[in-house]
Design a protein around this ligand. Structure first.
Ligand code: PEP
Length: 258
């Protein structure tokens, strides 16, 4: 059984006061949602204070990025162990905004995925689970190339992983044209792509990995559409941007009912 996972990507929003209030509101609710995992991914500067608030709680913390080295002269970057120090257990990798604005290649994202998986194992036996984002752009979908685009991202980003390692990655299918636009994939279109990703995982790593991997949908998830999306058999949760910034909308999303 795959435990559903809802992750909030706060991007470069909120100040520390608002972030603490939002975390307090979520803590009060998430304790009672034992059948699902809820993760918040604040900006780096907020990870330590928010990590202290959530470290023994059911609400989990994630980073929005990492640099794939243990340490070094990489001004402005954050290592996997630094995320672990702040009680992060997840890290978003390969988000389309990083691919687009920071020119991250599939190969670089692959290094990050490996680095997160290794750090989690070496350090205190806790996992730093990558939430690997893949998804096609609008023109690619219009041309009917969504499956080949996503397959190429998956094979580049997961290159060289063993089946055991691949089985520790969460995949987020996020069609780029749906991120922050208010346009959501229909539940049927999203399900078709999630089914495709699961088949791809089965072909590459075997039925066990495919069956156990959580595949999240991301792209304008809101209180109004979350239930119908999560009703789909291959949609195991959501990666939520805009609607994760307000307690009211995010609480409705994490309380989804199918
Ligand atoms: C995201 O940033 O991953 C995202 C899905 O954003 P939004 O929910 O705002 O579309």
């Amino acid at each position: 059984m795959r435990q559903p996972l809802i992750a909030g990507n706060w991007k470069m929003y909120l100040d520390i006061g608002k972030a603490i209030k939002l975390t307090e509101s979520l803590l009060a609710v998430v304790e009672y949602l034992e059948d699902r995992e809820v993760v918040i991914c604040p900006p780096f500067t907020m990870l330590y204070p928010i990590g202290r608030m959530v470290r023994d709680k059911h609400l989990k913390l994630g980073g929005q990025n990492l640099y794939p080295a243990a340490e070094g002269a990489f001004t402005g970057e954050i290592s996997p162990d630094m995320l672990l120090d702040c009680w992060c257990r997840y890290v978003i990798l390969g988000h389309s905004e990083r691919r687009q604005y920071f020119h991250e290649t599939d190969e670089f994202i692959n290094q990050k995925v490996k680095s997160a998986l290794a750090a989690g194992q070496e350090r205190r036996q806790v996992n730093l689970t990558p939430i690997l984002c893949v998804g096609e752009r609008e023109a690619e979908r219009s041309a009917g190339n969504q499956e080949s685009v996503v397959a190429a991202q998956l094979s580049g980003n997961l290159a060289g992983l063993t089946a055991e390692e691949a089985g520790r990655v969460v995949i987020a299918y996020e069609p780029v044209w749906a991120i922050g636009t208010g346009r959501t994939a229909t539940p049927q279109d999203a399900q078709a792509m999630h089914g495709f990703v699961r088949q791809w995982l089965a072909r590459e790593y075997g039925a066990g990995v495919a069956e156990n991997t959580r595949i999240l949908y991301g792209g304008s998830v809101k209180p109004e559409n979350v239930d119908s999306l999560l009703l789909q058999p291959d949609i195991d949760g959501a990666l939520v941007g805009g609607a994760s910034l307000k307690a009211e909308s995010f609480i409705r999303i994490i309380k989804y009912e199918v």
